[in-house]
Design a protein. Structure first.
Length: 305
């Protein structure tokens, strides 16, 4: 049996051995997002026959605005928080989302949503990356004495984490971006690509700055304006987000994503449903048959009262 798998089994047995000595639901804090506080249940950790580690993450909105946004996203007005159940492959650095439980005010389960059929790569710096750092056994060349010993290593060598989860092509792209920036040869596409990496890894402030550099070169790029607007919204700066979305739509009336995003902010962030209804109807007039239009129709049916 491989040494790594033996280490994995030992870790799981140690964790499971604590179950009889503690109450169910021992929630430990993880790195959160701009929208949610995140914890994980240390007693939910278990080993699957495939050698993955089961874990349950709890997401609690940081405010009423974020709660309403999540309630709309999951189409459940009574939403207060949700649980995401994963199976993490520590060797492959992938995670399979098994299901999502939508919870009400007393923690009761309102409904359960299906997860994915295939595992996804764990992005560096993400909530799942932080969860894996906490529950996965360390390899032979890493220090295992205390949790304090592993934390500085993550800060001092963030590229080590990236190496485990990013493809060689992606790593080469990052290296090329760094070379171009150092050589002062960065183009609009260079800064956009860097912004997209920060976007995908839930680092909104860095993404905003990278997109700003791209817009300094090409201020009328509707796609970049829209992406930066999404990051402004994630930081809670709804006014700047709206400026971006509205400018993007003026520049390119075919950019319906920016129109949808504007309506979403008016409805679920600013609680201005009359304005949102105007934009939703405008959206349907331009796009009456897509999957997004179905969601827009449901918003109109729900809030046009």
């Amino acid at each position: 049996m491989p040494l790594f798998f033996l280490q994995l089994c030992v870790v799981v047995m140690l964790i499971c051995g604590l179950h009889d000595q503690a109450l169910a639901g021992q929630w430990e804090t993880l790195k959160g997002t701009s929208r949610h506080k995140v914890t994980y249940d240390s007693q939910s950790i278990d080993l699957t026959p495939q050698g993955r580690l089961k874990i349950v993450l709890r997401f609690v909105p940081v405010g009423e605005t974020e709660r309403k946004s999540a309630a709309a996203e999951y189409n459940e007005k009574r939403y207060r928080s949700h649980l995401e159940s994963y199976e993490i492959d520590c060797q492959e650095q992938t995670a399979l989302l098994d299901h999502i439980d939508i919870l009400g005010v007393k923690g009761e389960r309102l409904k359960q949503l299906r997860g994915n059929t295939q595992p996804d790569l764990i992005l560096p710096g993400s909530v799942l990356d932080c969860a894996a750092e906490n529950i996965c056994p360390v390899s032979d060349d890493e220090t295992v004495e205390t949790g304090e010993a592993t934390e500085p290593k993550q800060e001092e060598a963030p590229d080590t984490t990236a190496d485990r989860v990013l493809s060689s092509d992606k790593l080469q792209q990052i290296e090329n971006i760094q070379k171009k920036i150092t050589a002062k040869k960065a183009t609009v596409e260079t800064w956009k690509e860097l912004g997209n990496i920060y976007f995908d890894t839930d680092q909104p402030e860095q993404a905003i700055n990278a997109y700003a550099r791209a817009l300094a070169i090409q201020p009328d790029n509707a796609d970049i304006l829209n992406d930066q607007g999404a990051m402004y919204r994630q930081t809670g700066d709804f006014k700047r987000a709206l400026v971006n979305f509205e400018k993007a739509y003026l520049i390119d009336p075919k950019n319906l994503e920016s129109l949808y995003n504007s309506a979403y902010i008016y409805a679920f962030d600013l609680n201005n449903f009359p304005k949102a209804l105007i934009l939703w109807r405008q959206y349907l007039a331009l796009d009456p048959k897509s999957e997004t239009s179905k969601q827009v129709k449901s918003f109109i049916d729900q809030y046009d009262k």
